[in-house]
Design a binder for this molecule. Sequence first.
Ligand code: UDP
Length: 276
Amino acid sequence: MTPGEGLSETERCVRPEQIEILSVAIDRVDFPATLALIDLWVMQHRAAAANGRPRLPVRQICTVNPEFVMDARRNPDFAAALQRADLRVPDGVGILWAARLLGSPLKERVTGSDGIYYIAQRAAERGWRVYFLGAAPGVAEQTAEQLRALYPGLQVAGTFAGSPAEDLWPEIASRLAEAEPDILFVAYGHPNQDLWIDRHRAALPAAVALGIGGAFDFVSGVAVRAPLWMRRLGIEWLHRFVRQPWRWRRMLKLPMFAALILQQWAHLRWLNRTCR
Ligand code: UDP
């Protein structure tokens, strides 16, 4: 399939450009562009249902940070799922740093932890039905309650902890079929959530499914997010490391990511000089 084939005229106009960070494609979007695409996809999904046309496949959104990029290098299934996703938003500060250094600066971080609020707000305004799947038992319910309190009118299609394990798929499938959500948040952590959405794409009844990592934990208050000043300084990862030191092994991927980006940057500089 050639790029752009199968896209509607409207979608072709709003389809974002992409950049590549260590062979992982990332879409050059900010929050307004992301919300505009979600708007469009929910509209298309609802229009197909209203006109009795076959259900459109779910649109998958992945929130890419440096850990995703490093994991995709080792896990070809994850790399392929990212490649197939409809939208890969730049979640981590490391992605913005890398993009700037390699000459393709991005506008802002589009994090799942902020995105869940923006999407819930838009959902409340538009009457979209939202399903909260994942996290520890009870956390999805608390997340939904918290968001309903913030955005009155938010239609919660359902909540379920579930599990990405295959033996639970029949139960999740029947719950989702009954709930008929427009938006499906999946909080199983990466790469499981993204692989799970990719695997079940054809059967997921939602318009948009988004892997959201630890966002339910933050919204519900089960985990504390870094204060705004730390996020603004780009050191949210440091807060996570201090609060959740058991993540140290995972975090070793960050200096490795930085080293690979610096290597690529040095190579680009050398090429620029020698080709002049
Ligand atoms: N989780 C889950 N089932 C699993 C594994 C993880 O519900 O089998 C949840 C976990 O409770 C947490 C989220 O997935 O709410 C993972 O959060 P994390 O911040 O680790 O996400 P990541 O940074 O890996 O995307």
